[in-house]
Design a protein around this ligand. Structure first.
Ligand code: ZN
Length: 411
């Protein structure tokens, strides 16, 4: 089995298990995005980062991969509640689902990868029973402290069977931004299927691979994202595990995500067909689209490198805002020139005083944003640019604010 797993993503598709993979982008060897250095020269382990696509089911996937217990360890530094954008996204979702599914205090909402409880706490406030599953123990503990029962474990079919010994079938299962983080995607979906009866609705949110290709969002490729999903591949993986894709909502999060609705039975509605047609029209299965994507990635990296060198020549001081994972992929792809970012500020205390993996740029607190009188601030988590740019304008009214993705832009 271990041997078979190793081939998945290199020769065998993790979604449909066919030998139909085509390599589309190689980002070289990169450190893990959540492993921060203790000095600017810290020699962190690096691993190959390359992505293939399955020409049969359209699933994007990393080739060789790093095992999840190395990545999602007990001190995983990402807290969803740190972003007001995410909290408000969760509130809206909760209000909508309570109404749509007529959830009551007799029902159960389960969230897989419940992080610090930012979403489940919204249901709890409305007296809906909740249960979280979260593998990172430091994050699970925060959630427990909010009064949310949280199983501190990775999710798969074994855990799902154990859960049913103690809890009823949930009315709603939420899996946001987690399906991509699981190397054995079949075991994960099989676990979800075990927890599902005829009344259960599952919603799965993930960035759209079709949008990634269309808008050249290559910085969302990192070691934690084993898979890059689309309506085609989600439907394929669901079917293999006795579930149907019945509805798709398009969301603006992460540069274009989809919320997939799955159920034990039911017909795909027009949103599923519409999304699948648009994926085909956007070139999800077209070799030429993949080649052009790779070409645009290289152009985008070169353009940013030149921009930084030009800034340096002019004596401008460029700093970063938000030590996001996507920023690390981007800066490591840019290479040497990324050192012209004097520092990066980030609200997460776990990251402050450390150094970005690979690029070695120091991370300091947002209150110190004015430290070297920056002329230019680059927002690395461009998906949160609206929220972050307000903070920057308040602190540095004269600085120019930039995002580097989907393209280099002064905002
Ligand atoms: Zn496939």
């Amino acid at each position: 089995m271990a041997e078979l797993m190793n081939q998945r993503g290199t020769t065998i598709c993790r979604g449909c298990e066919c030998v139909t993979l085509v390599s589309i982008l190689n980002l070289g060897e990169q450190p893990l995005p959540a492993e921060y250095g203790n000095s600017h020269k810290d020699n962190l382990d690096k691993f190959p980062l390359n992505i293939s696509i399955c020409s049969k089911c359209g699933l994007g996937q990393l080739g060789e991969y790093v095992l999840p217990d190395r990545i999602f360890h007990k001190n995983y530094p990402y807290l969803s509640s740190a972003s007001s954008t995410w909290v408000s996204h969760a509130k809206n979702y909760c209000t909508k689902m309570i109404k749509r599914l007529r959830l009551t205090r007799k029902d159960l909402v389960v969230e897989i990868a419940s992080n610090d409880g930012y979403l489940l706490s919204q249901f709890k406030k409305k007296n809906i029973p909740v249960l979280g599953v979260e593998p990172a123990s430091n994050v699970a503990e925060i959630s427990e402290n909010l009064g949310i029962i949280t199983i501190n474990s990775f999710f798969g079919k074994d855990l799902a069977r154990d859960m049913l010994k103690k809890y009823n079938f949930p009315k709603l299962i939420v899996a946001n931004n987690v399906l991509a983080h699981i190397p054995d995607i079949q075991d994960f979906m099989s676990g979800i299927s075990i927890l599902t009866n005829e009344d259960t609705i599952i919603t799965v949110e993930n960035p759209s691979f079709s949008k990634l290709l269309e808008n050249t969002l290559f910085d969302t490729i990192y070691h934690e994202h084993y898979s890059y999903l689309s309506a085609h591949s989600v439907s394929e993986i669901a079917k293999k595990n006795g579930l149907q894709l019945i509805h798709v909502e398009q969301l603006s999060t992460h540069g274009g995500s989809n919320r997939y609705w799955l159920a034990r039975s039911g017909e795909a509605d027009f949103t599923v067909k519409k999304t699948m047609i648009s994926e085909i029209n956007n070139g999800l299965f077209d070799k030429n689209t993949w080649t052009l994507f790779s070409k645009r990635v290289n152009e985008s990296i070169s353009e940013f490198r030149e921009w930084l060198l030009e800034k340096k020549k002019n004596g401008d001081v460029v700093v970063g805002y938000g030590a996001a994972h996507k920023g690390n992929t981007f800066l490591n792809a840019v290479g040497e020139a990324s050192k012209y970012l004097t520092y990066v500020v980030d609200a997460s205390k776990e990251k402050q005083g450390k150094f970005l993996p690979g690029s070695g740029i120091p991370v300091i607190a947002p209150e110190q944003l004015g430290l070297c009188n920056p002329t230019d601030v680059l927002i690395l988590p461009w998906n949160l640019a609206t929220e972050i740019s307000k903070n920057i304008r308040r602190m540095l009214p004269n600085a120019r604010i930039w995002i580097a993705q989907p393209k280099l832009l002064n905002i």
